[in-house]
Write a protein that binds this ligand. Structure first.
Ligand SMILES: *Cc1c(COP(=O)(O)O)cnc(C)c1O
Length: 354
């Protein structure tokens, strides 16, 4: 079984990473390479390391466990579940946190394991996902953490453009830097990390406008696709096709473009609509909705039209292509971030690293 196949070009990921990490370093920022989009695959994590990242980071502890043999600091990005603190202390050096109750457990667990664990406190600057929303609550948490043994407070972080779509800017990031300053002064603690967000904060760095005091950024999408996500612009000399999805054709026939008969619901309970383009060369690819949302796929042959999909079939119009596709031919697609993620998690899609 060879197809569908996700073909991953390791060197392109390493090259994207190097180009972007160099730009961040030039502005005084360290980079955490976020591995969740490729499920913590060690060979691809190695490409990040070859490209110069300072940390590996993932939202799932299962993925960090796969990375246990790398001698580099690992960050758990999603707030730890209380039920997983044992694994968190064992496999992550650092975690992002916003709940004292969890931090107390991390402290107890680290002491029991004879280990220590580093904490970055998350601040919600308005995107309304994780983090302290009220400044007083943040300072109260800092006071208590400084009393706890087994855990060390090393920084503040924020996450933007994830739930609420709030963009990073001078105002919100300056607030984060100021909170860091307040904590340093008031509690005489050496906060080494002020982590200013994800790939949507990269644009500020590329424009050399990152707020002074932000010295850390966590990047996933920009490393794998070579783009910042503030405007979605491709970064010079990077590749957007390090991940290519390859799909085999299982039927190629001339057929009308409008179904014949009364139209009811499709397999997913929606009433479909159609554009009449006459008789067309219709092709079926062996992949479907249970593997991937077809709107995240873009044919590399720009003359192909994706018509739709059912659970296991992708319908493609090949009439306008210069290529005369035949049964058994392989069609290649580039993917969005979501497309890469679902291809990586579908057990039916084979992975090949080149
Ligand atoms: C996923 C994630 C990132 C990386 O986001 P990208 O947009 O892929 O760069 C950074 N921080 C946190 C907390 C995340 O969950």
């Amino acid at each position: 079984m060879l197809y569908p196949k996700l073909q991953i070009d390791r060197d392109k990921i390493a090259k994207n990473t190097k180009i972007i990490v160099d730009k961040c370093k030039a502005q005084g920022l360290e980079v955490a390479g976020v591995t969740k989009v490729f499920c913590g695959h060690p060979e691809l994590a190695q490409a990040y390391i070859d490209g110069g990242v300072d940390y590996l980071a993932d939202s799932r502890i299962e993925n960090l466990i796969k990375l246990k043999d790398f001698n580099i600091d690992k960050i758990l990005l999603r707030l730890p579940m209380k039920s997983e603190v044992d694994l968190v202390v064992q496999y992550a050096n650092i975690s992002l946190n916003s709940e004292l109750e969890t931090i107390r457990l991390l402290s107890k667990t680290a002491l029991a394991q004879g280990d220590s664990h580093k904490i970055i406190l998350m601040v919600d600057l308005g995107d309304l996902r994780e983090g302290y929303f009220h400044e007083e609550d943040l300072y109260r948490a800092v006071e208590e953490i400084l009393e706890l043994k087994g855990v060390e407070l090393i920084g503040l972080g924020t996450n933007l453009t994830c739930y609420g779509g709030v963009l990073p800017d001078e105002d919100n990031l300056t607030r984060l830097v100021e909170m860091g300053e307040n904590i340093r002064e008031k509690y005489r603690v050496d906060l080494e990390i002020i982590s200013g967000g994800n790939s949507s904060s990269l644009d500020l760095i590329l424009k050399k406008k990152m707020v002074k005091g932000i010295n850390h950024i966590r990047l996933g999408e920009s490393l794998v696709l070579g783009r910042e996500t503030f405007h979605g612009r491709q970064i010079d000399q990077t590749h957007d096709d390090a991940f290519k999805l390859m799909v085999e054709l299982i039927e190629v026939k001339e057929k009308p473009s409008i179904p014949i008969g009364e139209i009811g619901m499709d397999a997913f309970g929606n009433k479909p609509t159609f554009t009449d383009r006459g008789i067309r060369k219709r092709m079926i690819g062996a992949i479907g909705k249970q593997d991937i949302d077809f709107t995240t796929m873009k044919p590399i042959d720009r003359d192909l039209i994706i018509l739709g999909a059912s659970s296991d079939h992708l319908l493609i119009d090949g009439s306008d292509s210069k290529i005369d596709y035949r049964l058994g031919d392989i069609i290649e697609f580039t993917l969005s971030y979501g497309g890469i993620l679902s291809s990586m998690t579908s057990e039916y899609i084979k992975k090949e690293i080149i």
